[in-house]
Ligand binder design. Structure first.
Ligand code: PA5
Length: 429
């Protein structure tokens, strides 16, 4: 089945007319492929499954094996596009049941003094390695945490051994991280210049940490390649990524300014964070764009569910549903039935979850009249995930161009940085 986009829970008047928009979609598709639209230089991810450096991938897999053999803890230092994709994959593919041999600690994605201090204290007693990821090489959050954790490592094992335990993923030639890595002799992998952070999960940025978690990155890339082929069709009737992009743009123009991504599995929480970053950083500019939010059902049906059912009508929902769980449990019989649950005896938790999904779709679309787009996957595995990453990236490119913005820059992010640098007394600010 693969990835199926459905519009059954959208009223006909809220449904875009594919035929009417077919030519527009075709012309944007052409613009994407010929790299002639705004920010097109950063479309390096478009055909990455065909162009990536195979030798580098072999080195990535080898170094990941070395890390897995030698360390018990992996510290990933990065923020935004420089860590969310990898974490989304690791969190969603591993569990209590299927653990990585290394524990993963995420640093460099905030300036929270409590968390950073706690993490450093915790790491004192760990045999840890570090992967620092930054395209610019100078992001404050990442640099500060990296300096702290690097100094801790050096004080524990000495500079020489620390060198073997650090990998830097950054630009090929420029930036202070590149300079530091070269000076210290760290292993480095390249974050291609023509791929922005939020589109970089399919490059060493995602591949190295994911490989360190023991996940097959060749499979991931196979899924990405499948997506690349499937979502290259310029025909709106045959391209699910473009259908999703077109409908979200149509709903935006009808006044729905917020998109809520709902899923029914907690393992997808960080994936939703990745999705939010992809769309908000790509589209929220020039006074335009859909604001994204995410919820995990059924948990959030008991909190945000009230607003979604009866609150102001500023949003539509996109429901990500996995048909077959990786693990499942059957409800047992109870002789006395004090909790009155024997009517569910013999049913699986996934079956109950599915009834919640269907009932909620009906409540939110038929009763509350919220437009609900569905995205259904047969199963969740590394290959499907690779394909889904590509699905959303391609949809985002189309969606951004439909909106009339450059989906590949993020000028707004610089504003807080400048103010902060000034306040911090950074030279030149
Ligand atoms: O998508 C993006 O471009 C951003 O989210 C960046 O990935 C993020 O700001 C981190 O930047 P850098 O990799 O330069 O440290």
């Amino acid at each position: 089945m693969g990835i199926k986009v459905g519009f059954d829970y959208i009223r006909p008047e809220m449904m875009v007319d594919f035929d009417e928009c077919a030519e527009k979609v075709k012309s944007i598709d052409h613009m994407i492929n010929t790299k002639t639209g705004a920010g097109a230089y950063y479309l390096g991810w478009l055909d990455y499954p065909n162009t990536f450096d195979k030798d580098e991938l072999s080195r990535i897999i080898k170094k990941a094996e070395e890390f897995r053999k030698n360390y018990d803890t992996f510290v990933l230092c990065g923020i935004g596009g420089s860590y969310l994709g990898a974490r989304a994959a690791i969190d969603s593919l591993l569990s209590f049941h299927k653990k990585s041999s290394m524990e993963f600690i995420y640093l460099g994605n905030d300036l929270d003094p409590n968390y950073i201090t706690d993490a450093l204290e915790y790491l004192k007693n760990k045999n840890f390695c570090i992967c620092v990821i930054s395209k610019s090489g100078s992001t404050t959050e990442t640099s500060v945490s990296f300096r702290l954790v690097r100094k801790l490592l050096e004080s524990k094992v000495g500079k020489e051994k620390a060198k073997d335990a650090i990998v830097a993923i950054t630009d090929k030639t420029k930036g202070s991280l590149k300079r530091l890595a070269d000076k210290e002799g760290y292993t480095t992998f390249i974050l291609p210049d023509n791929i922005g952070g939020r589109f970089s999960v399919i490059t060493p940025v995602g591949l190295f940490p994911i490989a360190c978690a023991g996940i097959d990155v060749n499979e991931l890339l196979e899924g990405v390649k499948e997506g690349m082929i499937e979502y290259s069709n310029p025909d709106i009737h045959k391209n699910a990524a473009y259908q999703y992009a077109l409908e979200r743009n149509f709903l935006y123009n009808q006044g729905y300014k917020v998109e809520i991504l709902a899923s029914y599995e907690r393992r997808l929480q960080i994936f939703s964070e990745w999705w939010k970053q992809l769309f908000d950083e790509s589209e929220g500019k020039d006074g335009k764009g859909v604001l994204t939010a995410s919820v995990t059902f059924t948990t959030d049906l008991h909190s945000l569910g009230q607003f979604i059912q009866e609150g102001s009508k500023i949003f539509y929902e996109t429901v990500l549903y996995i048909e077959n769980p990786s693990r499942d449990t059957v409800i047992p019989h109870d002789e006395e039935d004090p909790d009155g649950l024997n009517y569910l005896e013999g049913k699986t938790v996934s079956w109950i979850n599915k009834q919640a999904y269907t009932g909620t779709l009906q409540a939110h679309s038929h009763t509350a009249l919220n437009p609900n787009i569905t995205i259904t996957l047969d199963k969740w595995d590394v290959k499907e995930l690779g394909k889904l990453f590509y699905f959303f990236m391609k949809a985002c490119a189309m969606s951004g161009y439909l909106l009339g913005v450059n989906p590949f820059n993020q000028p707004g992010v610089e504003v807080y940085k400048k103010n902060m640098f000034h306040l911090l007394g950074k030279p030149g600010y």
